[in-house]
Design a protein around this ligand. Structure first.
Ligand code: SF4
Length: 506
């Protein structure tokens, strides 16, 4: 899209850590957890390299931004009035005719659990927060110079702005958009553009699967939404009460086409529970998952099909043969040995998990079975060819030393397996429900858990990362750069282990 001297009426963008040119999903995960302990030029050009653009428009954008763009176009907004841009182009696209600038972020204030852990361990301030603030300040300076547009703030991290209204107001935000807003975006954007009244927090109604508009351009990291929501009721999760829905196959394939047309050849099937795709009444439907995998794999130009999350229970309810067959379809024809899948174990103690969830994270299994169920499911996934990436939460409300000890023993039993484990610090997503866990709260047993997990990670992550990048066709210089910076970060973390806990090894 070309430069319009008076600016575009509707400008959609996201914080710079999301608007980066990542080859694989893990790149994006690494890019969005970095702190200012990484020098900014290194971060901006190598860790989160600039997104390519076509004219002034970003060639790729976060999925949520693409959905809003699609919703506006479907409702009659003129293509030439709506632009999706990188933060770098804001000065060029915002002008006297601009009425709305919408900014998406998954962690605008840096309160995401992985990110608070990273800040404590690596020091510095998170780039997600730092760059988000910088972008918002830039927009405010433009308004002080006389431009008249409203700022809408959305994305997966909108809950943080809601919980810290003082900060959000100081950032000049006019309206916080909470939830999936495809149905409401046209009316909301028209109201904002016409100077109408905006609520401080706009709660989107959410869309039925058939109401979700197919996207019109490529997504960052080739993110391909297959399901949304979860609804299993965990008190530490922002989508605990959002019922899971599955996108129609036509929408998924249309979104895939939009990515392929733009030259994106590695995608990621986005879901909080991949093995629940197509499931009814909580029981996985292996045939539906296989059909999804086959439909994606049918495109010969597609390289990696990466996974995102799966639930322990959904994987546990699948047979070994089904798990293996799904794996084999996904990697067919690819040199891809580390098909990772993120598994939310959280704690090996079913009792502790039960205290912190109000629904089905453990069902249909019994609370007492949780630790063993997770262990067995991890082993079965490994045997079926997957690379489990386990997340644990330290400092869950009600946690005792015995709960931590159970998780330590759980890791020890899996220590010789091919997996990685990320312990993260508990951070409340429900105001007043527990308190932020920090590095100062770590007992010697927490440290042992942390060192055990990271000794595994230091061994396997470089191999997995190399494999993923090779599979996606990343250039050699980038693979070498990631290996080098990865090793520097390992040394940084090991130093932290020694300084903070007096030990390097578990
Ligand atoms: S199972 Fe996972 S995604 Fe679902 S509510 Fe619990 S933590 Fe959230």
């Amino acid at each position: 899209m070309v430069k319009r001297p008076a600016g575009y009426p509707i400008v959609l963008t996201a914080d710079r850590t999301l608007m980066a040119n990542y080859d694989v999903l893990f790149d994006g995960m690494m890019g969005t957890i970095q702190t200012t302990s990484v020098p900014e030029p290194v971060m901006r050009h190598f860790v989160a390299p600039p997104m390519p653009r076509q004219g002034l428009a970003a060639r790729k954008a976060p999925l949520g931004v693409r959905r809003i763009e699609a919703a506006l176009l479907r409702d009659g907004f003129d293509r030439s009035d709506v632009i999706v841009v990188r933060p770098e182009e804001i000065d060029e696209v915002v002008g006297p005719e601009t009425r709305v600038v919408a900014v998406s972020s998954s962690d605008p204030l840096g309160y995401g659990m992985s990110n608070t852990t990273m800040t404590d361990m690596a020091g510095g301030r998170l780039y997600t927060h730092t760059w988000y603030k910088r972008l918002l300040r830039q927009l405010n300076r433009m308004r002080q110079r006389g431009l008249r547009f409203r700022i809408l703030a959305g994305g997966a991290g909108a809950w943080q702005l809601e919980q810290h209204p003082g900060v959000a107001r100081r950032l000049g935000i006019d309206c916080i958009v909470s939830g999936h807003a495809e149905l409401d975006a046209p009316h909301l954007f028209r109201t904002a553009a016409d100077g109408g009244d905006l609520p401080w927090v706009f709660r989107a109604r959410g869309a039925r699967p058939d109401q979700i508009p197919p996207i019109h351009g490529a997504t960052s990291m080739g993110v391909l939404e297959v399901s949304r929501g979860c609804g299993k009721g965990c008190q530490f999760c922002t989508i605990a009460r959002e019922r899971m829905i599955h996108l129609p196959m036509e929408t998924i394939l249309s979104d895939l086409e939009a990515n392929l047309e733009a030259g994106v050849t590695s995608v990621c099937a986005l879901s909080e529970d991949f093995f629940r795709f197509g499931a009814r009444h909580g029981q996985p439907d292996p045939a539906a998952v296989k059909e999804l995998a086959r439909q994606l794999r049918a495109r010969p130009e597609l390289r990696l099909i990466q996974l995102d999350h799966c639930n322990v229970t959904s994987a546990a309810l699948m047979s070994d043969d089904d798990l293996r067959e799904i794996h084999d379809i996904l990697v067919e024809g690819q040199h891809h040995k580390y098909l990772w899948v993120n598994l939310g174990v959280e704690t090996a103690s079913g009792e502790l998990l039960e205290m912190n969830q109000k629904g089905g994270k453990i069902r249909p299994f019994r609370v007492e079975e949780w630790g063993e169920l997770c262990e067995e499911t991890v082993r079965r996934l490994i045997r079926a060819g997957y690379f489990p990436m386990v997340s644990l939460i330290m400092g869950l409300p009600g946690e005792t030393e015995e709960h931590v000890a159970a998780t330590v023993r759980w890791i020890e039993r899996l220590y010789r397996e091919r997996l990685v484990i990320f312990p993260i610090f508990y951070s409340p997503v429900i105001p007043g429900y527990g308190r932020q866990f920090t590095i100062q709260d770590m007992t010697p047993l927490h440290w042992r858990l942390f060192r055990l997990a990271y000794n595994l990670n230091f061994k396997w992550i470089p191999r997995m990362y190399w494999d993923n990048q090779t599979g996606a066709g990343a250039p050699l210089w980038r693979k070498l750069f990631i290996q080098l910076t990865g090793h520097l970060q390992i040394v940084q973390w090991q130093t932290k282990f020694i300084l903070a806990s007096g030990r390097l090894r578990a």
